[in-house]
Ligand binder design. Structure first.
Ligand code: URA
Length: 247
């Protein structure tokens, strides 16, 4: 607290889903604490050194948020949807802030690791095929995985167009890794470095195989935390953040 820094109402509003007016109302009720003391004057200046809590939730002062979410089936990777729950609905109140979005889309029925952030530059680096950041999936097929497909995937699968009538052309995928995962011959680990619509499902469909369950297990060098329950969401640590961009 001092003459340097950001106004308290702006600092809170920028990092939560509250408007400035709502921050004033909360402060008026003694629910905004700076370094343990309720503050009613929202014009005071705060910095990253100050410990701020709003309605009992600690305020992360960093500009960007990075959250790991374990997406369940039936939830859409969007910021809003008229009919279905979105991944943002699963973000706990304490982590909500303006500008959060899912960095990359999983299908409604795909499960696993979704990164939620407000850092557009990092999202772009992770998603751009030019960055080659691998995404690792575990696919369960309707039939055993034919070992020869490892080679086909490594050479780059040719996907037929989804909408040929609209002039869409076949698409040559970048080389991908596919290998049997564990004992079950229907379980396959797939590593992609690009993210086309329904890509894993469409790649297997070329060979007459149906994906009956798909889970994203890893982004870059960072695995989904096995302790995070379905629908669970938590902040990444600094070390985990660095692993995201590992190739
Ligand atoms: N490939 C798919 O088919 N679906 C996803 O959600 C992700 C990759």
């Amino acid at each position: 607290m001092g003459s340097q820094g950001e106004r308290l109402d702006k600092a809170v509003s920028n990092r939560t889903s509250y408007t400035r007016k709502e921050v004033h109302a909360l402060a008026g009720r003694g629910l905004v604490l700076v370094n343990g003391t309720p503050v009613r004057d929202c014009a005071i200046k705060v910095t990253g050194q100050d410990q701020i809590t709003v309605d009992g939730n600690w305020l992360e002062m960093a500009q960007f948020s990075y959250l790991m979410l374990n997406k369940p089936k039936g939830v859409v990777c969007a910021t809003e949807d008229a009919a279905l729950p979105t991944v943002l609905d699963l973000v706990p109140e304490a982590f909500r802030r303006k500008g959060l979005f899912p960095a990359g889309r999983l299908d409604k029925d795909t499960e696993g690791f979704v990164l939620i952030t407000n850092d557009g530059a990092l999202a772009h680096r992770i998603l751009s095929p030019k960055s080659h950041v691998p995404k690792t999936y575990c696919a369960t097929l309707d039939k055993p995985f034919p070992a020869r497909l490892s080679q086909e995937f490594a050479q780059g699968v040719l996907l037929p167009p989804e909408r040929p009538r609209e002039g869409e052309k076949p698409f040559h995928c970048m080389p991908a890794l596919a290998r049997q995962a564990g004992e079950d011959p229907r379980m396959v680990q797939v590593v992609l470095r690009q993210g086309m619509y329904h890509q894993v499902r469409r790649m297997f469909a070329v060979y007459g195989l149906q994906v009956i369950r798909l889970v994203r297990e890893k982004i870059g060098g960072l695995p989904l935390d096995p302790a995070l329950p379905e629908g669970g969401c938590r902040r990444l640590t600094r070390e985990e953040l660095e692993k995201l961009e590992e190739r």
